[in-house]
Design a protein around this ligand. Structure first.
Ligand code: AMP
Length: 378
């Protein structure tokens, strides 16, 4: 396409402190959120005749952390197609050459709210269990592709008013430094599992801990483990759940173990104390049964020692959740990730710039050829 024609396809609009330069098909931009990567707007897509969300990644190649995340997301979004994981409707850059390349825009399905907003609402058992079921389905699908999230949190999960739910991102790369991420942006660690906080090895059920923290917050209406930093995060966990057993301590490396052993000892509280009946709707016998099932599920997810924590599959089979079980959702074919080195990649800014640019061009090509899911799942 010649340069002038391409230029005419775009227009610029100021949104907060940022300028969005988008394809003319997207109109009526309004900011709806912001995260570590940038600002998100809602917009009306004249071609699809529906509202969409547009996320601007400003100079995503500017440092290792941003670049790896943006690249990983672009690659993984191509492979993953599940109704509980956000799908891309379009990807574009307004710049015309690699030399000029600056920003990437991701167009996604528009959802109504993130989970932080939903947590403030009174949820009945039906909604609560359905939201959890969908989280677990999305997570299971990621796991099937070898993607262990490790950083699930309410701000990265979005919902619609019909109670459908989608996970927005793919979490931490295996090689991500969990302690020193993103400088100016405050990283939320409340939902990170003990094995992440303590720098231990981890397995897939690291994500079950996060679901447990999110569920607990939905029940309580406040953050379960609101640590002010890494150390305080651990304090909040042991104050409520109790100091872990010797068997767990032996799995820690020496310096972490010394630190953990030197914390004051806590006996913790029973789950009946942590999540008393008053927190649950208990207006009928059925609700009381549901409350006890919900508490049982919490007690199996919020287990410090991962080897004793419930797995995603077990959680999906739990009586509180399995009422929703649909094989088409739970056992969807696993996505194939072809780039096995995705998480190990280390590049210079210039190399990242080129890699990301190529991915954007590849997406643009796929869109043009209609390869992309017109099939994005509703
Ligand atoms: P992110 O940059 O992906 O972390 O998103 C930041 C915030 O923008 C989220 O917490 C949501 O509130 C909002 N958001 C992102 N994507 C969407 C979407 N597709 N639909 C609705 N809201 C979204």
């Amino acid at each position: 396409m010649n340069k002038n024609k391409r230029e005419k396809e775009f227009y610029s609009v100021d949104v907060g402190d940022s300028t969005f330069t988008v394809l003319k098909r997207y109109q009526n931009l309004r900011p709806i959120g912001s995260g570590a990567q940038g600002i998100v707007c809602s917009a009306y897509d004249n071609n699809l005749e529906r509202n969409v969300a547009i996320k601007k990644l400003s100079r995503p190649f500017q440092n290792q952390t941003h670049a790896k995340r943006a690249y990983r997301e672009l690659v993984l979004m191509k492979c993953v197609n599940h109704k509980n994981i956000i799908g891309l409707l379009n990807v574009f850059t307004p710049q015309k050459t690699l030399e000029e390349f600056q920003d990437v825009y991701l167009v996604m399905e528009l959802m109504d709210a993130n989970l932080c907003q939903v947590i403030q609402m009174e949820l009945d058992h039906e909604r609560l269990s359905y939201l959890l079921y969908q989280m677990l389905c999305g997570i299971k699908h990621l796991h099937a592709a070898g993607i262990i999230h490790r950083d699930l949190k309410p701000s990265n999960i979005v919902v619609k008013s019909d109670c459908t739910l989608k996970i927005l991102d793919f979490g931490l790369a295996r090689t991500a430094a969990t302690g020193l991420l993103m400088t100016p942006y405050v990283v939320t660690r409340y939902y990170r599992a003990p094995e992440v906080i303590l720098g231990m090895g981890y397995q897939a059920n690291v994500d079950v801990w996060s679901v447990g923290c999110i569920m607990a917050e939905m029940v309580r209406g406040s953050v379960l483990f609101p640590g002010s930093d890494h150390i305080d995060q651990w304090n909040k966990v042991i104050e409520q759940l109790g100091t872990p057993t010797q068997e767990f301590l032996l799995k820690l490396n020496q310096s972490v173990r010394t630190y953990v052993e030197n914390r004051p000892r806590y006996t913790g509280y029973s789950f009946e104390k942590l999540f008393p009946d008053v927190l649950f709707p208990a207006d009928s016998e059925h609700s009381k049964l549901k409350a006890s099932q919900a508490r049982d599920l919490l007690s199996k997810m919020l287990v410090i020692d991962a080897s004793k924590r419930i797995s995603v599959d077990e959680a999906l089979q739990h009586p509180y959740i399995n009422v929703w079980y649909d094989p088409a959702e739970v056992e969807a074919p696993s996505p194939l990730i072809t780039d096995k080195q995705l998480d190990e990649r280390e590049h210079t800014v210039e190399e990242w710039k080129e890699l990301i640019y190529k991915e954007v061009l590849d997406w643009e090509e796929r869109m043009k050829n209609g390869v992309i899911r017109a099939q994005v799942q509703q």
